[in-house]
Design a protein around this ligand. Structure first.
Ligand code: FE2
Ligand code: FE2
Length: 166
């Protein structure tokens, strides 16, 4: 029973690590292209996924397992913003689906704490999915103007002269 939970928790660690790497990659490229809002969303989400790893690792150690810090997949080199959002939304959808199943498996093995942890993560991944979905909708609605506005916003900040101190 413990062994199955440790295995599932480690699978989740591997997927979360993949998400951290992928979202940081997206963050760097959005930042490089001047899209501050999206860059921040990816960075903030990467940090949340890292916190998921912490929760999973604590549980694995409690069950006297070892934490395998190995990403499940390599980073995909996508630099087109629409492609990034599509991939990120799909990753969140898959995580939510997997964690739902793994919560059930843990429940069947009478490990209710791991079950609850997976359920907590499902709620977070659904929220992450939603934020990417909203961004995809915005891009559909406003087209390239949506990204142009983010670049203008950055130029405005950089172009504003510093306030004189008195
Ligand atoms: Fe996560
Ligand atoms: Fe997520």
């Amino acid at each position: 029973m413990k062994q199955k939970s440790i295995e599932l928790l480690n699978k989740a660690v591997a997927d979360e690590l993949t998400a951290v790497h992928q979202y940081m990659y997206f963050h760097f490229h959005c930042d490089d292209q001047g899209f501050d809002l999206l860059a921040n969303i990816f960075k903030r989400t990467a940090i949340e996924e890292m916190m998921h790893i912490e929760l999973l690792a604590e549980r694995i150690l409690f069950l006297k397992g070892e934490v395998d810090i190995l990403a499940s997949e390599e980073v995909k080199k996508k630099t087109d913003v629409k492609e990034m959002l599509k991939m990120a939304a799909a990753m969140e959808e898959k995580s939510a689906n997997d964690y739902n199943h793994w919560a059930n498996e843990c429940a069947q093995n009478a490990d209710s704490v791991s079950k609850k942890l997976f359920e907590q993560l499902v709620a977070d991944e659904e929220r992450h999915f939603d934020q990417y979905d909203v961004e995809m909708e915005n891009m559909k609605k406003f087209g390239d103007n949506y990204l142009a506005l983010q670049s203008i916003e950055r130029s405005k900040i950089i172009g504003t002269p510093p306030q004189a101190t008195q």
